[in-house]
Design a protein around this ligand. Structure first.
Ligand code: ZN
Length: 271
């Protein structure tokens, strides 16, 4: 999920940090009172880019690599068993593991293979990478707010990622708001991205995520009829039996999250 740049960036970053600290204070106070997750089910974590500093760009969809590694260690410490999105779906949202969690990445950033994959692999943590195929084709010229180009993986990277045992899913052909396009356009986004991943990486994706988390009935109907088994939204919360396979909920981890925030998110205090 990418975010669009605003005009008064400094003001927006400041507002974001203030809001974040208020949330952090409330979550901290609540977790002091009780330290049990308040809802049962499987949480799906949502990451984007791994690396750089939190202040590198607005809304911090980039998580510094050291923070990311600490978060993975925290998952292991708590005793989570990780699974991919398709494994979660195939389990009927009822995995055998008592503590199960899913790690996902959106957009297809280059650092997913250089930073995230090795950190995951050495810890035996599974993950699903949702890729926007035009990004992988090198057609995206978006920049970070500090002016640097955003770098994406190429098809060799995707094959390597898959070879390492990670799941590859679709994040559409173009990173666009799916609620803004017609039926043909929707079909192209769902089926075209699948076709590209099959043809260029030899992998058949069965899961996907909605760019910007944007969806409506038409979008979800198209998703259901495009040969996928399910997909991730950006709605907060936990997944359990009865959760719609095509509107899975996720928990975004961002660059401002210190380890306490991360744990509080695992404990449902941000849902
Ligand atoms: Zn995205």
């Amino acid at each position: 999920m990418c975010r669009v740049h605003g005009i008064s960036q400094d003001y927006e970053i400041m507002t974001f940090i203030i809001k974040k600290n208020i949330k952090r204070f409330i979550a901290g106070a609540r977790s002091t009172l009780t330290f049990k997750p308040k809802s049962e089910g499987v949480r799906i974590l949502m990451y984007h880019s791994i690396g750089g500093r939190p202040e590198d760009h607005r809304f911090a969809t980039r998580v510094p690599a050291a923070n990311f590694r600490d978060q993975l260690d925290e998952l292991s410490r708590i005793g989570y068993e990780t699974m991919t999105v398709s494994e979660l779906l195939k389990s009927g949202m009822s995995p055998r593991a008592k503590k199960a969690i899913v790690v996902t990445f959106d957009d297809g950033y280059k650092d997913n293979i250089t930073e995230a994959a090795p950190a995951l692999k050495t810890r035996g943590i599974k993950a699903t990478f949702f890729i926007t195929t035009s990004n992988i084709d090198g057609k995206n010229c978006k920049k970070w707010t500090d002016g640097r180009n955003r770098e994406y993986m190429d098809w060799d990277d995707i094959r390597r990622l898959s070879g390492m045992g990670f799941e590859i899913g679709s994040h559409m052909v173009d990173h666009m708001d799916l609620t803004s396009i017609d039926r043909d356009g929707l079909q192209h986004q769902f089926e075209g991205s699948k076709k590209a991943i099959v043809e260029k990486a030899g992998i058949k994706p069965v899961t996907f995520s909605y760019p910007y988390g944007r969806l409506n009935n038409e979008v979800v109907d198209m998703a259901r009829s495009s040969g996928y088994i399910g997909g991730c939204s950006s709605f907060k919360g936990i997944n359990k039996a009865g959760t719609d396979n095509f509107i899975l909920r996720r928990t975004e981890i961002d660059g401002y999250d210190i380890i306490t925030d991360f744990t509080n998110k695992l404990m449902s205090y941000y849902d």
